[in-house]
Design a protein. Structure first.
Length: 205
């Protein structure tokens, strides 16, 4: 594995998809000038994180957000892990992450496999499964640095998925995420360290 520099981008999310995408593109350009080889956007960076928005903000593969991030990867000359976008396919909505290489070519696509449903008494209630459909595929892609695995947020809670990526050759696993503030503080670092330790790989998110 060769050394490489990763930029983890955090953005404000507004109820304006075009504004969110333009902000992400601007940040990709900024981190490329600072020497990043890979830019990683957050989960649902272009959409307020509420199930009522997913279909409204969704797009088929090749839609507006997809095209803009592909162009951003090409113009900046870095890899872009495009956070996640609500992907529409027939009657389904998927929580999907695309990866674009330095020329803007799509080299990976991962649909979130483990949907996050939470019902904490006196706390948060949220069910992704009310709207989203689960993905089915393990995702690993090649770079000049190493093979990289790709999961999304709650996927990290299930060690078998990370192990399957490693068995396919992944030396680094990236998890674009948007952890909530109910369970997130207790689980974020613990899970990233756990998957790294389990598999003797680097985890990024």
């Amino acid at each position: 594995m060769r050394k490489f520099k990763v930029a983890l981008i955090q953005t404000m999310v507004y109820d304006d998809k075009e504004k969110n995408v333009k902000n992400a593109v601007k940040m990709i350009g900024k981190v490329s000038k600072e020497g990043a080889d890979i830019a990683v956007l957050p989960e649902m960076f272009c959409c307020p994180y509420n199930t009522s928005y997913f279909r409204k903000y969704g797009e088929e593969e090749g839609g507006y957000a997809y095209k803009e991030l592909s162009k951003a990867a090409n113009s900046s000359g870095i890899y872009v892990v495009a956070g996640t976008i609500p992907e529409l396919e027939r009657t389904h909505v998927y929580n999907t992450s695309y990866v674009f290489d330095r020329k803007g070519k799509r080299v990976a696509k991962h649909r979130k496999m483990h949907l996050f449903d939470i019902d904490v008494e006196g706390g948060q209630y949220f069910k992704e499964s009310d709207v989203l459909s689960p993905g089915r595929d393990v995702t690993v892609f090649d770079t000049e640095f190493c093979k990289i695995g790709l999961g999304i947020c709650y996927d990290i809670r299930f060690p078998e998925l990370s192990r399957l990526m490693v068995l396919e050759g992944a030396e680094v696993i990236i998890f674009p995420a948007a952890f909530n503030m109910t369970t997130g503080p207790a689980h974020w670092e613990l899970n990233f360290r756990g998957r790294a330790l389990d598999n003797q790989v680097y985890t990024i998110g």
